[in-house]
Every structure is written in structure tokens, then in C-alpha cells.
Design a protein around this ligand. Structure first.
Ligand SMILES: [Zn+2]
Ligand SMILES: [Zn+2]
Length: 381
């Protein structure tokens, strides 16, 4: 870029010029050098393009700041891509009436440049232990991701001058052609096949990435899971996706989709935990207290009252999971009582049980009343 003129000099404004000063200067210079006013004058055409480029950069706050810092030698090359500024087709009318501003504001933000500027997003599934829901979780994963080639800085070229503008599409990456459809003609735009829509051709490909500008590299990514996390949660890791092609934009994002591993005995219902507890007949009759290890570090103490029935539930509030995402407090643990019936009864015990049948067994004479009362209990809303 030797001999490239300073943008402020091109527009004839000071470095501190305001937006409206820049606009005024551009308007008058663009009118003066417009190709319609200077037919077949290559010098004017060059000047027309030059003032457009200066205007495009100096009216974009971010690009102006970069230019003020680095001048024309920006890291990552020209903000317009490897083939530089392509010129904008604006009419003389636009320059008088206005309406050219929107064309320029799209240069860095819209149209073709963004279509290709961001690298692809990636999605990865990651299992986390159940304990993560209680405590949160932090881990490293290694991913294989397309990163900008370190040898050629993403250009794909072995040497600095090994990249040239595609002659087929003049660096635009797209081809316009006119198609006839009956009496009408229409304009069709397609990706250039010579350069694959890249707008440039690498004549001396980088030996490390074979001219791709990107290569798969292992990358360590650290992620953090908040307490209360649920299966299906996606963590967004900004900029950890694939690098943009040709190093011309930001990298994509990495999404880590969380799958929470199952707990050996708990089922989860939001912040609540459900479990089944097998209890012997005698424990149901006489009541008991059972201690089991719990995910919050202190044992869970389950008090089974005397005279409990299988199928009844016990509720232990405040010992469930954190609610997650800004919700305070914890859910509860619900314990479903199951009868753990012994398969074999020793002969000596059978005699005792026969005695129990006499004492507390079901009264066969009133069996019909019992059935009806059970049915009524079941049907009660
Ligand atoms: Zn091309
Ligand atoms: Zn390379």
C-alpha cells in the first residue's frame, strides 16, 4: 500500500473533523470527480473511488478509530477485504439529494461482507455429573476446531503477494449476468465459480493449511455451569467457534449443550427431588428413622411415622435443588414409601405371624365394608 494517501488529506479535512464536515467535503469532491461529469477520465475515476473509500472509513466510528491508530497498515489487512475497496455505484442525484449515506453504512455492516464475515457456530454435547446441579461445575474440554492458520495469519498464502484478486469476478466473489425470460430480461447473481465466492485467488498456497487459511487445531475451552442447571441448557462461548474464512471477520460461537447425568436414586422435578424408599412391614407399623447420604453434604434424615402405608409420601422441605437463575431457596425432597416384603419367611417366624393375624389381621367378616371404604378413599377428589 505504498503511496496510499491519508484519508483526511484525500477529503481535505482536519483529523478532528466532525461527521458533518466530512460529509460536506465528500459531497463536493464526489460531485467534482463523478464519472458522469468526467467521462473516460481514468484520473477522475481514481479520485472518485479514493474519496469514497476515505468517506466510508471516516464515517464509521469503529473503522475511523482503527485508522487513527494504525493508519493504512491495519493488522488483518484492509477492512474491505484482501482486494481492497471496490467502489460504490452512486449517482449524481444521490449526491445532491442525499440517500448515499445508507449505501456507505452498509459497507461494514451488511450485504456480502457479513454473509461471509463470521465463522460458523459449533454445538457440542457435554455430560456433567448430577452433583453439578447442586454446586455448579467447572471443567475444561478439548475441541478440534477450524482456527485461523498461524503460519499465514489466515490469508492462505505462503507469501504476502501470493494473493490476487479473482479476474473472473474482479474480486467481488459474485457474478451478475442477464438472463432472458421471454420478453423480459432479469439480473441473476451467483457465486463466482473461479474463486468459490472468495473474490481472491491464492497462487502460492501456504504449506501449513494448503491455502485454506484455516486448519483444525486442538483447543482447550473452559466452561462453567451454574447451580440449578437443567439438561438441554446451552452455554454460549463467544468467539470459540470456527474462525472466519480468510481471516476477514470474527470467529463463530461455541454452544455447549449440557446433559445432566442421572442420580443413582433421585428423579428430578424442577428444584424438587423424588425418591422411593423401600421399608419393611415392621418399620411401617412401628415407625423408624432412616439416614442416607445426601447431595448437599449432610445426611438426609427420613422419619417414617408409625402406622405408615406403602404409597404414602413424606415431604422434606428445603433439601431439594437450588432453583437456578436468580431463584432463591431450594426445593424439597419427596419420599415415596414402598413396602419391602420379605420373599422367604423362616419357619419360626411363621408361627409369630399366625399369631399376629389373630390380633391385627384383616377381619374377613367386614371385608366388603373395607373394600367399599377403600374405593371411596380412592375416588375422593
Ligand atoms: Zn471470482
Ligand atoms: Zn496457512
Amino acid at each position: 500500500m505504498a503511496g496510499k494517501r491519508d484519508y483526511y488529506e484525500v477529503l481535505g479535512v482536519t483529523r478532528g473533523a466532525t461527521g458533518s464536515e466530512i460529509k460536506r467535503a465528500f459531497r463536493s469532491l464526489a460531485r467534482k470527480h463523478h464519472p458522469d461529469k468526467n467521462p473516460d477520465d481514468p484520473e477522475s475515476e481514481k479520485r472518485f473511488k479514493e474519496v469514497q473509500e476515505a468517506y466510508a472509513v471516516l464515517t464509521n466510528p469503529e473503522e475511523r478509530r482503527k485508522y487513527d491508530t494504525f493508519g493504512h497498515e491495519q493488522p488483518g489487512g484492509s477492512p474491505f477485504g484482501p482486494s481492497g475497496f471496490q467502489g460504490v455505484n452512486i449517482s449524481i442525484d444521490d449526491l445532491f439529494g442525499g440517500g448515499f449515506e445508507s449505501i456507505f453504512s452498509q459497507i461494514f455492516s451488511g450485504g456480502r461482507s457479513t454473509r461471509r464475515s463470521k465463522g460458523r457456530d459449533l454445538l457440542l454435547n457435554q455430560e456433567v455429573p448430577f452433583q453439578a446441579v447442586m454446586d455448579g461445575y467447572e471443567d475444561d474440554i478439548e475441541i478440534d476446531v477450524l482456527k485461523s492458520c498461524e503460519k499465514c495469519y489466515g490469508s492462505g498464502s505462503e507469501s504476502a503477494d501470493g494473493v490476487r484478486e479473482c479476474p473472473t469476478c474482479d474480486g467481488r466473489g459474485r457474478i451478475q449476468r442477464i438472463e432472458k425470460a421471454g420478453f423480459f430480461t432479469k439480473q441473476v447473481v451467483t457465486d463466482c465459480s473461479s474463486c468459490g465466492g472468495e473474490g481472491r485467488i491464492v497462487s502460492d498456497p501456504c504449506s501449513s493449511c494448503e491455502g485454506q487459511g484455516r486448519a483444525r487445531q486442538a483447543k482447550q475451552v473452559q466452561f462453567t455451569v451454574p447451580p440449578g442447571v437443567t439438561t438441554g441448557t446451552r452455554l454460549r462461548m463467544r468467539g470459540h467457534g470456527e474462525a472466519a474464512r480468510g481471516n476477514r471477520g470474527e470467529s463463530g460461537d461455541l454452544y455447549i449443550q449440557i446433559e445432566v447425568e442421572e442420580h443413582p436414586w433421585f428423579e428430578r422435578d424442577g428444584p424438587d427431588l423424588l425418591m422411593a424408599l423401600p421399608v419393611g412391614f415392621v418399620d411401617l407399623v412401628l415407625g423408624t428413622q432412616i439416614e442416607i447420604p445426601h447431595i448437599d453434604g449432610s445426611d438426609l434424615s427420613i422419619k417414617v411415622p408409625a402406622g405408615s402405608n406403602p404409597g404414602e409420601t413424606l415431604n422434606i422441605p428445603g433439601r431439594g435443588l437450588p432453583g437456578g437463575r436468580g431463584r432463591r431457596g431450594r426445593g424439597s425432597v419427596t419420599v415415596l414409601l414402598k413396602l419391602d416384603m420379605p420373599r422367604k419367611v423362616p419357619r419360626s417366624l411363621k408361627k409369630t405371624l399366625e399369631g399376629m393375624r389373630e390380633e391385627i389381621g384383616t377381619d374377613i367378616d367386614s371385608i366388603q365394608d373395607l373394600i367399599i371404604s377403600e374405593a371411596n378413599n380412592r375416588r375422593r377428589p
